[in-house]
Design a binder for this molecule. Structure first.
Ligand SMILES: *Cc1c(COP(=O)(O)O)cnc(C)c1O
Length: 385
């Protein structure tokens, strides 16, 4: 028996199922149908409607963010958060190579260039040590803020990401950003329901963003949100994401080049029903993770668990195999058996469109990218009590 067979056996045992398993399928067992039906009946399916406001208020309650602005997806939320952070064309924005491509795409959509630093093995999120090293080795402080020496680019912002719902070391990152004058935008797309102590992921920085894509812990079909505690920023975010229209009963007047990033009411209706179940989803996934952890520990296969002093939503559970060969064997055996498992994203610094981005050392990113697989993590009726 190989360890790859152990992985298959453990997943089946934990889920109590010999059938196929998705990586993360959404479940709609709450008020989804009723709320979506009511938006259709109201005819307010588009960019105006009560569910958008309700969705934003529910998110503010759930996360403790003072202001929440719903958007069309997580990428547009991040794009807008960068614009609101005064990221200018040609700037450098420091982020992690270990992320979904949307993180770097949003930086490029703001006409800035991503710079990639390493992650911590314990959090899979941005390493404050790697960030500090990149700034100290490659950048200098000037009157206009931080500057990347080799390229001459201004370094204006930093985007850490809370990978798979594991909170990264945000306090140390915050401190470094403050010292270097970088705007902090947290990509909390995967971390709805994850906490550092009493602070929800994405609410430490000036701006944080969420995603409600179909594979996330709660979905609106497609959707995103911007979180901030700053009322002026929130007002600006709402204005710019809704075509920068000056409110008036009939006039079409706009005072900036705005964006059509507003979440449709139809999607917000689905989202309200999903948010009502967030606590249940998180509880389920934490129980699932506990069962995985016990089983993988017994098989001596490292299961990625929440960092100390944090509470993770365990959006996607992950294990680390010995090497690339064992990882690929494991992917093959599980997927052949109908058990959906997935490798990590190709590190962003290796993608052709980001090949010229500055990078710090990326040893942990490369180590993890060769060994990690995500295993079925969805909330499904058959799974553990
Ligand atoms: C899902 C995700 C996003 C946003 O994705 P959208 O599909 O645009 O909602 C951004 N960053 C990360 C890390 C993600 O996982």
């Amino acid at each position: 028996m190989t360890r790859a067979n152990d992985v298959l056996r453990i997943i089946r045992k934990v889920y109590g199922s010999n059938g196929p398993l998705a990586l993360h399928a959404p479940v709609f067992t709450g008020n989804e149908r009723a709320y979506v039906q009511s938006t259709i009946e109201s005819t307010f399916v588009s960019s105006v409607g009560a569910y958008v406001d309700q969705f934003e208020h529910m998110l503010a309650d759930l996360t403790g963010a003072k202001h929440v602005i719903a958007t069309t997806n997580g990428t547009t939320a991040l794009h807008m958060a960068l614009l609101l952070s005064d990221v200018l064309p040609g700037d450098l924005v420091v982020t992690q190579s270990l992320s979904f491509v949307a993180t770097a795409n949003a930086i490029a959509h703001a006409f800035a260039v991503p710079a990639f630093v390493d992650v911590d093995i314990a959090t899979l999120g941005m390493s404050p040590d790697a960030l500090r090293l990149f700034l100290e080795r490659e950048c200098e402080r000037t009157d206009g803020g931080a500057r990347h020496r080799a390229s001459g680019r201004r370094v204006s912002a930093c985007v850490p990401m809370h990978s798979f719902g594991f909170p990264c070391r945000i306090d140390e990152i915050t401190e470094i950003c403050a010292r270097w004058g970088l705007a902090l935008v947290e990509d909390a797309a995967e971390a709805l329901g994850s906490w550092h102590g009493t602070r929800h992921c994405g609410t430490t920085g000036r701006l944080g963003t969420l995603s409600f894509n179909g594979n996330k812990i709660c979905t609106t079909g497609g959707g995103g949100a911007i979180m901030t505690n700053d009322p002026a920023l929130a007002k600006r975010a709402k204005h710019l994401t809704t075509t920068a229209k000056i409110p008036h009963r009939w006039r079409f007047e706009h005072d900036a080049i705005g964006y059509n990033f507003r979440l449709p009411n139809l999607n917000a209706a689905l989202g309200c029903a999903q948010l009502e179940q967030l606590d249940d989803f998180v509880a389920f996934k934490r129980a699932l993770a506990q069962r995985y952890r016990t089983a993988f520990d017994a098989a001596d296969i490292p299961f990625v668990h929440e960092p100390e002093n944090t509470c993770s939503n365990y959006w996607l559970c992950a294990i680390l195999l010995r090497d690339e060969v064992e990882r690929d064997l494991c992917l093959e055996i599980t997927n052949d058996a109908g058990i959906m498992t997935r490798p990590l994203w190709e590190p962003l610094h290796t993608l052709p469109m980001f090949a010229h981005s500055p990078c710090g050392p990326l040893a942990v990113t490369e180590h993890v990218a060769a060994r990690l697989i995500n295993i079925p993590s969805g909330v499904c009726a058959r799974v553990p009590a």
